[in-house]
Design a protein around this ligand. Structure first.
Ligand SMILES: [Ca+2]
Length: 240
């Protein structure tokens, strides 16, 4: 009987071993402020090594300028993101949660996310009257800029190693001035495999179908073997 149990357990083990699933998404949660006070490496720039190989893959650059002149002042600020060494980011504005990020999207080396400009001028007047009234103007531009609204969403990206591409996302909140927060990023490390915006772990693969044993050859021989073992066990038991 012991032999039967051993053979049966081997079959069960073989059956169960056909299911397989491996995590391949690398997720990093962050709370990095883009505000000019937490810069890394050099002024107003932030770099991210999304595949943790010691080489930066993406940089964010924030610039701001504030000038005053005799009859007014202006303020300009910009936020750019760019890919290093062949890395690219998605074109356009924020992607929504669960957006499919793969080779069907448009990718570009650099995306001008936010462009803000404000100017204010004094009236130009003399004893004969005014030739210009005082005023101000504000302009919002850039792929992620939504007027005075805060933009929140996902920036897709791709890494290219010379042969294969892998996809990932940044989760960002940006205000109209170009400051904001990098909430985190994720990379699907399996090559040429889509990732969903906001996806932080791989789907668990469905177990594969059990491997079919050829009939009648191997399967019948196996049954015959088991029956033979059982019969010999009974026979030996009766002889005792
Ligand atoms: Ca890297």
């Amino acid at each position: 009987m012991k032999n039967i149990i051993v053979v049966t357990s081997l079959i069960v083990t073989f059956w169960l071993s056909t299911s397989a699933a491996s995590a391949s998404i690398m997720y990093t949660e962050l709370d990095h402020s883009i505000d000019g006070s937490t810069q890394r490496d050099y002024e107003y720039s932030w770099f991210y090594d999304v595949n943790a190989d010691g080489v930066d893959d993406f940089g964010f650059l924030y610039t701001t300028d504030n000038r005053t002149y005799s009859a007014g002042r202006w303020v300009g600020s910009n936020l750019y993101v760019w890919g290093v060494a062949g890395s690219q980011v998605t074109t356009g504005g924020p992607l929504g949660l669960d957006a499919n990020i793969d080779g069907n999207l448009g990718f570009i080396n650099s995306n001008h996310l936010i462009k803000y400009y404000y100017s204010q001028w004094d009236a130009e007047c003399s004893q004969w009257g005014c030739t210009r009234d005082a005023g101000s103007a504000t302009s919002h531009d850039g792929s992620w800029n939504d007027g005075y609204n805060t933009a929140r969403g996902y920036l897709g990206f791709s890494l290219f190693d010379g042969t294969d591409t892998s996809f990932g996302w940044f989760n960002l909140t940006l205000n109209d001035r170009g400051t904001g927060t990098v909430h985190g990023y994720a990379l699907e490390s399996d090559y040429n495999t889509p990732i969903l915006a906001g996806q932080t772990f791989s789907e668990v693969a469905e177990p594969d179908a059990p491997v079919e044993v050829p009939v009648p050859g191997t399967f019948l021989l196996l049954i015959a073997g088991l029956l033979g073992l059982q019969l010999s066990y009974r026979a030996s038991k009766q002889l005792r």
